[in-house]
Ligand binder design. Structure first.
Ligand code: 5GP
Ligand code: MN
Length: 342
């Protein structure tokens, strides 16, 4: 199967950029998920294997606990914790890799440093309409994940034979998380070709699944039960549902970052459901509400996120935010659900 992404000229340019770089900084989006962490670590570990000595992964803020076990997380620079080090690494870099985001604003406070950097830039991403000004842009919205793209690039650059588990495991992990364990957005044969190749590297995919999806705290499980039992509003005739998560709820259930992960998918388990929305209050900023949307089939939740929630994303998985009270947010959700009748 041909899984190459680049033209011969692009391969040459990318190889040259990597060979000539002395300091490489790899960036990803705020609230990094499995694909963000998997793709940056997979790429960093590949580059180190290739002999690059100074490769730094920089993330805007905390990533979920269920990703901590991935190889290389100890060296990740969190901008919210190690501001100076993260900024120095970005300023000092002669090659910036932008992974799993289409717009620099997704990196929060790192945005100006990335936009103003004069380093060479390579974008590797699967979101629509990239705006990052890059020397090489590997933008494929049809890909299941940025990890898929990272694999295909390493493959095309001839790095597969030497690939070890430190590269294979994070890549598999991100492909798995961005497709809900290969249950959505994962019908393309390339994906399973890549998985079969990764398995030859000795990865334990069943264990990776358990590490990520069966790694809840008791409190997270209780929170899930509570939300589904008491907080879910179902609009059967609109095939839509939403729930809210307030700071009070979070306090009650000893909320840790990442505990909300996946909750928004659950209402889609109801027969006939097409859209699920979660409204989650920010843990610190009182008037910020994070919105997550998930849909099935051709329901365009990215259109809804753009129109109502200052966001965007993929057809079936989008996000955004609101600056208002929860009551106001709920009114808006009601309006959006009525407008996007599917
Ligand atoms: P989540 O619900 O996991 O936060 O986000 C789901 C998807 O929506 C992510 O893959 C991300 O690409 C996209 N997304 C989340 N927030 C935003 C946003 O503010 N703007 C855009 N354009 N996309 C977003
Ligand atoms: Mn992704």
């Amino acid at each position: 199967m041909n899984i190459n992404l680049l033209t011969e000229v692009e391969v040459e340019s990318l190889n040259r950029l990597i060979d000539e770089a002395n300091h490489i900084a790899i960036h990803t989006h705020r609230s990094p998920d499995g694909d963000a962490i998997g793709s940056t670590l997979g790429m960093a570990n590949y580059l180190k294997q290739r002999g690059k000595e100074d490769v730094k992964v920089i993330v805007p803020d905390m990533f979920p606990n269920f990703l901590q076990w991935l190889p290389g997380t100890m060296d990740i620079l969190r901008h919210d914790k190690k501001k100076e080090e993260a900024e120095a690494a970005t300023r000092n870099a002669d090659l910036l890799l932008c992974l799993d985001f289409n717009d620099a604003s997704r990196t929060a406070e790192l945005e100006p440093l990335i936009t103003e950097s004069t380093a060479h830039k390579v974008l590797i991403d699967h979101h629509l309409n990239p705006t990052v000004d890059a020397d090489i842009s590997v933008s494929h919205p049809e890909a299941c994940s940025t990890c898929e793209l990272v694999f295909r690039l390493i493959w095309q650059l001839g790095g597969f034979e030497e690939m070890d588990k430190d590269v294979a495991v994070p890549i598999y992990c991100g492909m798995m998380t961005d497709t809900g364990g290969f249950t959505y957005n994962s019908n393309r044969p390339e994906i399973f070709f890549i998985i079969s190749q990764l398995l030859t590297k000795g990865i334990n995919k069943d264990k990776i699944y358990r590490n990520v999806f069966n790694n809840y705290s008791l409190w997270r499980l209780r929170l899930m039960g509570y939300v589904m039992y008491t907080k879910l509003n179902v609009f059967a005739e609109y095939h839509a549902a939403y729930f809210t998560l307030t700071r009070r709820d979070m306090k009650h259930f000893h909320f840790m970052k990442g505990d909300a992960e996946g909750l928004v998918n659950m209402p889609l388990q109801i027969k006939g459901m097409k859209l699920s929305i979660s409204l989650r209050e920010d843990t610190e900023k009182p008037d910020t509400i994070w919105v997550s949307l998930r849909s099935v089939d051709d329901f365009p939740c990215n259109k809804m996120a753009e129109k109502y929630f200052n966001g965007g994303g993929h057809l079936n998985a989008s996000g955004g935010h609101l600056n208002c009270t929860m009551d106001e947010a709920e009114m808006l959700v009601n309006k959006a659900i009525r407008e996007f009748r599917w």
